[in-house]
Design a protein around this ligand. Structure first.
Ligand code: PXP
Length: 250
C-alpha cells in the first residue's frame, strides 16, 4: 500500500534569528519562505514569540501577503496573539507553550490543565476560519484532552526522541519513538489529524515518514543550519566572481 504524500512545513524562524543578530533587514525570512516553496515546501511555519526574538509582526503580515502556500502561525494562547491571528487570518495556527527563559519550545502544551482556557480560545480561532493544531507530548492523555478541547489537529513533539538519537542513547530513543508511533495511531482513532515536529533532521524525518497516520512534518532549525553548508560554496563563488570582475574593471 502506498501512503499519501507527507506534507513538509518549513519553519523559517531562524532566518530571522540571523537577521536580528545584525539588526538590519537581511537575510529576509520572506525570501527564504518563497525559496522553500519553490523547492517543494507545502507550507511555511513561523513562530511569533512574545519577546519577538526572531519573527516580528511585520514578517507575519508579509508572509501572509506574499506566500502562495498555507501559513502555519505558531503562537502562545494569549489575548495578544489571538488578536494578531484573527487579523492576519493564517491558514492554520499551532498553539504552543511559551516560556521566556527557554531557547526553544521545550515541551508540549498542558492541554488537560488548561482546558478551560484553551477550549474557548480554540473555538474563537476556528470561528475565524483558522485550523487549529495543538503542540503536544506524544501521549494518549494529551491527545484525548486535545480532542475534548475541540482541536482538529495535533502536532506531536518529537524533540525528546531527536535528542536521544543525537546523543546516541539508543534505548531511550527507541522508547521515545515507540511513544510517537503509539500517539500517531491514537490520534487516528480519536479522529485527529496528526502532525509532528521539533528537532527533526534527514534521518529522523525519514523514520517519521514511515508512520502512516502522520500527514505533516514541520522542520526548521536543521534545515536552516544545513542550508548554510549547501549554500555557502555558491555564495563564496558568487563573491569571488564579483570581486574578480570589480578588479578587472567590469
Ligand atoms: N513545530 C513546533 C510546534 C515548534 O515549536 C518548532 C520549533 O519552533 C518546530 C516544529 C520546528 O522545530 P525545529 O526548528 O527544531 O525543526
Amino acid at each position: 500500500m502506498s501512503l499519501a504524500r507527507l506534507r513538509l512545513g518549513v519553519n523559517i524562524d531562524h532566518v530571522a534569528t540571523v537577521r536580528n543578530a545584525r539588526g538590519g533587514a537581511l537575510p529576509d525570512p520572506v525570501r527564504a519562505a518563497l525559496m522553500a516553496i519553490e523547492a517543494g515546501a507545502d507550507g511555511i511555519t513561523a513562530h511569533l514569540r512574545e519577546d519577538r526574538r526572531h519573527i516580528r509582526d511585520a514578517d507575519i503580515a508579509e508572509l501572509r501577503a506574499r506566500i502562495s502556500k498555507p501559513l502555519n502561525f505558531e503562537m502562545a494562547a494569549t489575548e495578544q496573539m489571538l488578536d494578531i491571528a484573527l487579523k492576519t487570518k493564517p491558514h492554520a495556527a499551532c498553539l504552543v507553550p511559551e516560556k521566556r527563559t527557554e531557547r526553544t519550545t521545550e515541551g508540549g502544551l498542558d492541554v488537560l490543565g488548561q482546558h478551560n482556557h484553551l477550549k474557548p480560545f480554540i473555538a474563537e480561532l476556528t470561528r475565524g476560519g483558522i485550523r487549529v493544531s495543538l503542540f503536544v507530548e506524544p501521549s494518549v492523555e494529551a491527545l484525548e484532552a486535545s480532542r475534548d478541547a475541540g482541536a482538529p489537529v495535533v502536532e506531536l513533539h518529537t524533540g525528546a526522541w531527536c535528542e536521544a538519537v543525537a546523543h546516541g542513547e539508543t534505548d531511550k530513543a527507541e522508547r521515545e519513538f515507540a511513544r510517537i508511533a503509539a500517539a500517531a495511531k491514537a490520534s487516528a482513532r480519536l479522529g485527529l489529524e496528526c502532525h509532528a515536529g521539533h528537532g527533526l533532521d534527514y534521518a529522523t524525518a525519514r523514520r517519521c515518514a514511515g508512520l502512516p497516520e502522520i500527514v505533516e512534518l514541520n522542520i526548521g532549525h536543521f534545515l536552516i543550519g544545513e542550508a548554510i553548508f549547501v549554500g555557502l560554496p555558491m555564495a563564496v563563488r558568487a563573491m569571488r566572481a564579483a570581486m574578480d570582475e570589480g578588479r578587472a574593471g567590469r
